[in-house]
Each structure stands twice: as structure tokens, then as C-alpha cells.
Design a protein around this ligand. Structure first.
Ligand SMILES: NC(=O)c1ccc[n+]([C@@H]2O[C@H](COP(=O)([O-])OP(=O)(O)OC[C@H]3O[C@@H](n4cnc5c(N)ncnc54)[C@H](O)[C@@H]3O)[C@@H](O)[C@H]2O)c1
Length: 459
């Protein structure tokens, strides 16, 4: 190992570890350089930590090492500034030994049957465990069910470390300042992609350590980057906190999606109702309906808890119902478009439809679990000829749950389409221009709220 790979804290106790954070001599390793891990890398780099990024994706590693960005909202300048502070990406997990803190940001998707796919977390822990040493902090950031940190992270580290005397620290096993093992904690990522109002460092960092040393170490590390930390009593409580936040969103979105379907036939504008309710200064938070829910979190995370609840013999009825309502929304939007076309004397079968927006939400370059992809598939099944436009996606090929092979159509000559269907309300779109060019606009996001035209059908 070269001297640059040596961790700052190999021979010191907790006080020395905390001092290395303070002096910025501690080495931070971030595993998974995706939508969560890469911005986190940049935050630590901005605070003058020397960060090593680990990823199994060789293309991401070489792109980042060339000083380029592959995420739309992250400027190349930021990557290069991080490099100037010592950032480097690698796929060589033996370099884990040189880190003082290891933060894990790998995917936690669902299997086809809605059970947790823990394969990324498991393989990450399996890859790093042989390279861990006493005195390191390992933090899982991936969203997951309560119990994961103890059942997978701690268990795997202890299993691998047994032969070489490396184990997870627990209160009481050694004097409280001594670091004769690995500290382990859970700290969920709470970022809201596309939210330009709340800077990431302003989002308080929830932390649950396996013991008080791990909580203290993680709080000091994150406290040097985030404005506030929220220490909790255990990793499981922190894991549950993240799920509560996302289930709260999922259930409330399902509620307004259900009310939207009721308001339509009653001749009531659901968006007007939500805006009025939101004027109440307490007890109400506005959520908005749409064509369904997307992204890596809201459609996925509730099922993690649902799966765990079953192990305890508890039926999570709210979660199941919310999932059912939200998953039915793409079909509702297709039905709504079909009715609007019919009123214009056009059958859905053979109709030319331009979908606006395939990203799962406004102004993000993320397709994961996007309801637009399901709507496109359903329109095609109904016999429509579908094209799409999305400034963030020049083409859409094949992914985890879709196989479309389409290219983005320019927004021009919109009168050649029987219907323009707004599924993602990107702020780049000129909605006035779109409405004036189109024959019919079906708007599932209320993006045309300020436009009064008989061509618009809101659904
Ligand atoms: N994207 C979000 O907005 C968001 C917000 C909050 C929480 N989360 C959670 O954060 C976690 C990460 O999400 P993401 O959006 O960054 O995912 P992502 O797919 O964008 O990035 C994950 C990265 O991990 C890498 N990876 C996979 N397996 C690996 C391994 N064994 N070793 C090293 N690298 C590996 C992948 O190549 C990829 O670059 C998930 O649990 C997600 O639920 C995401």
C-alpha cells in the first residue's frame, strides 16, 4: 500500500478518529457513484475531505476519472473541483482498507414479485468485508427495511472478519474510547431530486449506530458536511424513519389520485381544491395527483416495509391500498385520453398520440419506475401510434421493466397528432405554444393551469 492509501486513524481511538474528521485528514470512501453517491462525494469534497469513489460500473469510473459528469444536473466543473481535492474513482475494493469511513449508496430495487432485491447490498458488503480493519466506520445509506443493517451488514462483517479478528463494535465490549472493531451505522439519504429550493446540506441527516461510538462517529462525520444531524437509538429506528417518510408520501399521493378520479365525474377541479386546502396554516400538506408514481423511492420503498411486516404477521393495509391506487393511475390516464379522443371523433386505435415527458418527474433525467413508460405501453396495446418528447431523453431503449426503443420527437407541427398527452411537466416546455399548436391536449399534471382553452382536458 502506498503512503497515500494509508488511513489517518489506524492506531488511534475514537478521540483520534474524531480529530481526523476535524482536521480533514480522514479518508472517506463512497460506494455506488449514482444519483445518491455522486452528489454525496461532491459534498464531502467541497468540505476538503479526500474522497475515493467505488463503483462496479467501469464506464462511470472512467468517465468520472476523466473529469466528466454523467448526471445532467451535475456540472463537469464540480467533478473537476472534487478531483482537485483528491477525488478519484475506482473499482478496486482492496482500497477500502485505506478508508476511515465507508458510506454505501447502492441500489435497493424490487423484484418482479414486489419483494426486496437485496442483491446489491449483499454483494457490496461481501466485496468490502475482506478489506475492513478495526477503527473504520461503515454506514449504509441505501433505503431498506428495518433490520437490514443488523441482519446483513453486521452479520456479514462478523462472518468475514472472524478469521482475522475483525468484528463489529458493541457497547460494553471494550472501553468506550477504544476502536478494536468496525463501527457500523445506518443513515438514510433523504434527497429530493430536482428540488432546487432545499440544498442537500440543509436536509438533516438521520443517524442510527449499532452502538454509541458508531452514532457519535457518524454524527461527527456527517455533521462536518450537513447542517444538522439527528442521532437515533438504533439502525432499525433510522431505517424505519426513512420508510415512514416515503410511505407518508405514497399514501397521500394515492389519496389525491383517488380524489381526482372522484372529482372528475363530479365536475370539481381537484387542483383548485388542493390549492384552497393548502391555504390552511396547519394540519394540511399539499400532495398532487398525476399519472402514477415513479422514481427509485415512492413506488418501491413501501413494499420493503410490507415485506418485513409479513414476517411479523402484520398486514400493512394502508401500504397495499396506496400501491394499488397509484399503480392503477396509468390505466386511468389512458382511459381518460381515449375518452377525450372519442369526443373529438377519433378512436384510440390508430390515434396519433404525442407523450410529453418520460422522466418520472419534472426536470430530472431519471426514468426509473416512470409511469410514462407504462402509459406508453398501454397506449400501444390499445392500438395508438405513440411518439414522445423529453428534453432529458433523446432516446429510450430497454430497461429493467420496459422495452420501448423510441427516439424523442421534436415539438413542432403538433397538429399532426390527434392528442398531446402531458405526463411529465418539465419546466422547459412552453405550454402556451403547445396548446396553440395541438388539436387536443390531455394534461395529467395540471401543467396548463394558467391557460384557458377548450382544447385542454385535465385528467
Ligand atoms: N435517487 C434518489 O433520489 C434517492 C433518494 C433517496 C434515497 N435513495 C436510495 O439510495 C440508494 C441508491 O440509489 P441511487 O438512486 O443512487 O441508485 P443508482 O442506481 O443511481 O446508483 C447506484 C450505483 O451503485 C453502483 N453499484 C451497484 N452495485 C454495486 C456494488 N456491488 N459495488 C459498488 N457499486 C455498486 C451502480 O453501478 C450505481 O452507479 C437506493 O437505496 C435508493 O433507494 C435514492
Amino acid at each position: 500500500m502506498t503512503p497515500t492509501n494509508l488511513a489517518a486513524t489506524t492506531t488511534t481511538g475514537l478521540d483520534g478518529w474524531l480529530a481526523a474528521i476535524d482536521r480533514r485528514t480522514a479518508r472517506v470512501g463512497i460506494i455506488g457513484l449514482g444519483y445518491v453517491g455522486l452528489p454525496l462525494t461532491l459534498l464531502f469534497s467541497e468540505e476538503k475531505f479526500r474522497v475515493t469513489g467505488f463503483d462496479i460500473d467501469a464506464l462511470k469510473v472512467s468517465t468520472l476519472n476523466a473529469g466528466d459528469s454523467y448526471i445532467h444536473r451535475i456540472e463537469t466543473d464540480h467533478i473537476q473541483a472534487a478531483q482537485a481535492s483528491g477525488f478519484r474513482a475506482t473499482s478496486d475494493f482492496s482500497e477500502i482498507t485505506g478508508m476511515d469511513a465507508v458510506l454505501i449508496c447502492v441500489p435497493t430495487p424490487l423484484n418482479e414479485d414486489h419483494t426486496p432485491d437485496m442483491s446489491y447490498v449483499v454483494s457490496t458488503i461481501e466485496s468490502i468485508a475482506p478489506h475492513l480493519r478495526a477503527g473504520q466506520l461503515v454506514v449504509l445509506e441505501s433505503t431498506t427495511y428495518p433490520g437490514t443493517t443488523e441482519e446483513i451488514v453486521v452479520e456479514t462483517i462478523n462472518r468475514h472478519g472472524a478469521g482475522k479478528g475483525v468484528r463489529v463494535l458493541r457497547n460494553g465490549a471494550a472501553p468506550s474510547n477504544e476502536l478494536d472493531g468496525v463501527m457500523v451505522a445506518f443513515s438514510p439519504e433523504r434527497e429530493d431530486p430536482g428540488n432546487m429550493i432545499t440544498p442537500r446540506r440543509e436536509i438533516p441527516k438521520v443517524i442510527g449506530g449499532v452502538d454509541t461510538r458508531a452514532t457519535a462517529a457518524a454524527s461527527t462525520l456527517y455533521g462536518s458536511v450537513f447542517r444538522k444531524t439527528v442521532p437515533m437509538s438504533s439502525p432499525a429506528a433510522a431505517e424505519m424513519t426513512k420508510l415512514l417518510e416515503n410511505i407518508y408520501r405514497c399514501v397521500n399521493i394515492a389519496l389525491v389520485n383517488e380524489l381526482k378520479q372522484l372529482c372528475g365525474p363530479m365536475g370539481i377541479d381537484i387542483w383548485e381544491v388542493i390549492e384552497a386546502a393548502a391555504t390552511k396554516p396547519f394540519g394540511f400538506q399539499a400532495f398532487y395527483p398525476g399519472p402514477g408514481v415513479g422514481g427509485h423511492c415512492i413506488p418501491v420503498d413501501p413494499f420493503y416495509l410490507n415485506w418485513k411486516a409479513q414476517q411479523f404477521g402484520v398486514q400493512a393495509k394502508f401500504i397495499e391500498l396506496a400501491g394499488e391506487v397509484n399503480e392503477a393511475m396509468p390505466a386511468y390516464v389512458v382511459q381518460c385520453a381515449a375518452r377525450a379522443l372519442e369526443r373529438n371523433g377519433v378512436a384510440i386505435k390508430g390515434a396519433k398520440v404525442l407523450v410529453l415527458g418520460v422522466a418520472y418527474k419534472r426536470d430530472v433525467d431519471d426514468l426509473r419506475e416512470s409511469p410514462s413508460l407504462i402509459v406508453i405501453e398501454k397506449l400501444r396495446q390499445a392500438g395508438a401510434q405513440v411518439e414522445y418528447n423529453d428534453p432529458f431523453f433523446p432516446e429510450v431503449g430497454r430497461g429493467r421493466h420496459y422495452d420501448l426503443h423510441m427516439r424523442s420527437t421534436p415539438i413542432e407541427n403538433l397538429d399532426r397528432f390527434d392528442c398531446v398527452l402531458i405526463l411529465t411537466d418539465h419546466s422547459l416546455y412552453n405550454y402556451g405554444e403547445i396548446v396553440s399548436q395541438a388539436k387536443l391536449v390531455v394534461d395529467s399534471r395540471n401543467a396548463t393551469r394558467s391557460i384557458d382553452s377548450p382544447k385542454i382536458v385535465r385528467c
